[in-house]
Design a binder for this molecule. Sequence first.
Ligand code: UDX
Ligand code: ADP
Length: 461
Amino acid sequence: MTTIKKITCIGAGYVGGPTMSVIAQKNPNVEITVVDLNQQRIAAWNDENLENLPVYEPGLDAVVGEARGRNLFFSTDVDKAIDEADMIFISVNTPTKTYGKGKGQAADLKFIELCARQIAAVAKSDKIVVEKSTLPVRTAEALKSILDHTGNGVNFHILSNPEFLAEGTAVTDLHNPDRVLIGGEDAEAIEALVQVYEAWVPRERILTTNLWSSELSKLVANAFLAQRVSSINAISELCEVTGANVDEVAHAIGKDSRIGSKFLKASVGFGGSCFQKDILNLVYIARSYHLNEVADYWEQVILLNDHQKTRFAERIIKTMYNTVNGKQIAFLGWAFKKDTNDTRESAAIYVADHLLDEEANIIVYDPKVSAEQIYRDLDYLGTRSPEDNRRLVTVVNTAEEAVNNAHAVAVLTEWDEFKHYDWAKIKENMKRPAFLFDGRKLLDGAELEKLGFSYYAIGEG
Ligand code: UDX
Ligand code: ADP
């Protein structure tokens, strides 16, 4: 029976950082080192002031505060950490490829391969290697092949252990997971990882499968969740033309226990690092096996999501007399959802891009996202020059600065604080008519109309 004493995690991002912090918190006898090539990130994880952690997640500061320095360490010395570990988690980023075959669809596995080669080069004793990053099906096979062919003759056991935490609720999701999934071939390696989770997760919630089922389950779980959002978003457009209210429809259908009430909130479109990437991956895999109907079916989830973002931007333009040129539009929120500082694939980026094409002036306020990040997101699109992005977009530190003198306010993220603003005062300081576009159906529309706002919400007729 293998008992794990030392764990190393390669990649200190949104997945690796919080996951290892909780594993360390719950396994005080296991020494955990999280390594990353990014020195700045590691320095932030080691910052004495827990408010400066590189990932913002409610409750994470307390977990890190408890375990860091005891059995949780953050370091840039990747080789040393690999050498010492019994078990190595790979938690590096796997973005969608931006070049070559599968461009725009397949996952870019170069970071994974680099990790595998580094593990193979350094390891002098047997290791259990755990895939934590979301990967296409059968990546484990490639991983094993690299490790076995380039290693020093030591044994590697590969496990797939996909992460299901959602950002913004990472700590509660990790503390109380619906399930933990472990895929693998070697019973002893599987059991070693089961033991780590059993420190706090009831055994019946730890599912074990073969490698391929585990890898595929992760993609399918995200595809199903995203599909629910696209389904309700499709209905939101129908609600707007028929006079129905999408929240009422969602509530009514969600009461059917076969459908369930979660993930039925209409929005300006889903974002985040996972949904789009994982579906694109699924589509790519299906196409590579010539399963065109399967690929088309899932691709539609993305197409609808793109449509929802475009539709919201076009609605703003149309309502504002078909021109937003030179008009000041206040964006409340930039993160892809509340309670995170992550902006990857956020709908706000694409809505802004569309409005900037029309030469709107956008003033952004987000409680957790920095100005540098917002400009980076816009520059990354490559749609216009960095100078133009800075000319047209201003980032401010308070909502008040964003909305003063604005022609319109657009709610892009469902941050709780937006609900509690003094909207009467906001209206007084805006240009007339005071337009309010609620991309999250977050605010009380009837109340705002009483205050004199010209109010539009996704999914409301
Ligand atoms: C998702 C999965 O939920 C998680 O299990 C997986 O590990 C990673 O991907 P995440 O992307 O962090 O997590 O957040 P999630 O809460 O799933 O939201 C994704 C996007 O969908 C957000 O932009 C959110 O605003 C949007 N969304 C979600 C809706 O628009 N409506 C909903 O009802 C739910
Ligand atoms: P995720 O949301 O999957 O956690 P992130 O981009 O937040 O993705 O984090 C991935 C981290 O992995 C980044 O901080 C990146 O620097 C790190 N990383 C990528 N490749 C390597 C590598 N070969 N060795 C160490 N760290 C790596």
